[in-house]
Design a protein around this ligand. Structure first.
Ligand SMILES: [Zn+2]
Length: 204
């Protein structure tokens, strides 16, 4: 089954993609991870865009995905996470593969904002904590490496609202594009229940 996972920031999309990937024994292909982990010439090319503060072009991403889909572990499908983010990218993706189902993880906007505002980041090891739901053992200190925790500068309420707005604007046409193949799941019912809901809706 070739799946696409979609959901706004802090929807639990990445977490669910990992869990479902294990359950269905298909790889979780995160485009963010793909870009971070490339090596050699391609890495230089990608870095040159990033260093200029530019987004890596869609054509390049499609090339990387096309190569990734050729690997044996995708014979029974995959979970694609992070791409496409807009209609143009969805149309480009159609040319290299066919998506069977789109899992849309829906979350209540106000709850998402609270979740992000309470988030604490470890600048050293990348561990994530939450000032309410997943407190570090010692206040503001990373459990894993002992560094001081910070809030991301762009995690202000205004910036989060703006990002959610952009997500909504760009993904609506994508979901419309995959009409009839979209299963919608409420992301606010707890990790285990979300997983069950996804599996149930995919009927696997
Ligand atoms: Zn840490």
């Amino acid at each position: 089954m070739r799946l696409l996972f979609m959901g706004p920031q802090a929807s639990g999309k990445g977490t669910q993609a990992k869990i479902i990937s294990k359950k269905l024994e298909i790889p979780h292909i995160s485009t963010g991870d793909l870009l971070r982990n490339v090596e050699g010439e391609l890495k230089e090319e990608i870095d040159s865009y990033m260093n200029q503060g530019m987004l890596y072009p869609d054509e390049g991403m499609i090339r990387i995905l096309k190569e990734r889909f050729k690997e044996d572990d995708t014979d029974n499908g995959f979970i694609l996470d992070g791409f496409p983010r807009n209609l143009k990218q969805a149309e480009m993706l159609d040319e290299i593969t066919e998506i069977d189902k789109v899992v849309e993880i829906h979350v209540d906007e106000e709850r998402t904002i609270q979740r992000i505002l309470n988030r604490l980041n470890c600048p050293n090891c990348g561990a994530l904590f939450n000032a309410v739901k997943h407190k570090p053992k010692v206040e503001n200190i990373c459990d894993d490496c002992g560094s001081g925790l910070i809030k991301r500068k762009d995690d202000t309420e205004e910036a989060i609202r703006k990002r959610l707005e952009i997500y909504e604007r760009d993904t609506k046409p994508v979901l419309e594009h995959y009409k009839g193949r979209v299963v919608r799941v409420d992301g606010g019912i707890g990790i285990k229940n979300v997983t069950e809901a996804i599996l149930e809706k995919l009927k696997v």
